[in-house]
Design a protein. Structure first.
Length: 156
């Protein structure tokens, strides 16, 4: 069973001139830490994963928090910027991984989830640090289903 976890970064500081340099707030750091705990305890267990992250600082900080808990390796990809093409990303991910965590931004996280589950691009609402676990025979467009979701405020 292939697994794709899609995570939106934690709450970030507002309004810098350089969007890519926005950092997590203290609340965002706590959210990212909780996301890492949830993923390790309720999804991954001892299973190692690759965490693929946007190059934007707030996503990198979120990926680091997840990696700290899950002992996963972080890879940075420019394909995970907020304005990236979800169809192109889905095509690159197809069949390449069995267990992948993607950390990115709106609108990409919602659009990627829609593509992987329904095969179509549309916007999904997504809270900061929200995690969706998608599973299927392989990571591919329209071949996955949502098996679990979590966002800050939910118990685990």
């Amino acid at each position: 069973m292939a697994r794709l976890v899609i995570v939106r970064h934690g709450t970030a500081v507002m309004g810098l001139d350089n969007d890519a340099a926005r950092t997590l707030t203290e609340e965002g750091k706590a959210q990212a830490d909780l996301a890492g705990q949830w993923l390790t305890q309720c999804v991954l267990g001892a299973e190692a994963s690759i965490v693929m992250s946007s190059p934007y600082l707030r996503a990198q900080e979120t990926a680091e928090a997840i990696s700290k808990h899950s002992k996963s390796v972080i890879q940075t990809s420019t394909l995970l910027r907020p304005d990236s093409d979800p169809l192109a990303l889905a095509d690159i991910l197809t069949g390449e991984f069995d267990n992948l965590i993607v950390v990115s931004h709106l609108p990409l996280v919602g659009r990627l989830a829609a593509v992987m589950v329904d095969g179509e691009v549309y916007d999904q609402p997504w809270s900061t640090a929200e995690c969706w676990v998608l599973e299927g025979d392989l990571i591919a467009r329209g071949c996955m289903r949502v098996s679990k979701t979590w966002y800050p405020g939910l118990e685990f």
